[in-house]
Design a protein around this ligand. Sequence first.
Ligand code: ZN
Length: 177
Amino acid sequence: MTADFEKRPPIPAEVKRRVLVEAGHRCAIPTCRHIETEIHHIVPWHLCKAHEYENLIALCANCHRRADRGEIDRKALRLYKFNLRFAHDKFSQIEMDMLFHLAALPTGRGEPWAPFMLIFFKRLFDMKYVSVVRSETSMMVVHGVRSDPAFLLVTDAGRQFIGELGFHEIDDTDDGN
Ligand SMILES: [Zn+2]
């Protein structure tokens, strides 16, 4: 324990590495992707006084300045971070796109999808974030392959996952310094 709470310790190497790997050692802003990176605190250091992975994002010097000025706000930074994390880590881009799409549909409405391509969403099924509904009355088989569409629906767990993507802790009133 240190008595000097104002002193800023360096970012632990493990945390820094994880943040850089998450972004592929490039600026996390998808339209930038500059190769020289710095570590930015989404909630500024003077407010959080912590180097926590969830709050850190790799940015180039230019995007870092824009973030500090509030031109790229915290909500956007979090979105970029989560998109990156899941793209590189947990789910594929098509899985994330489908999950957000399904969550935006009216409750109980599904999205048709070719049944022989359900493998694309394997990790969403494994997590039980998405379920499949199939009609047993309008079954269609083409060349031995069942071809009537399957309907994808987001589950309560899937909705909860999206709801907990971390946005509740954002305080926009602090943006822009
Ligand atoms: Zn950048």
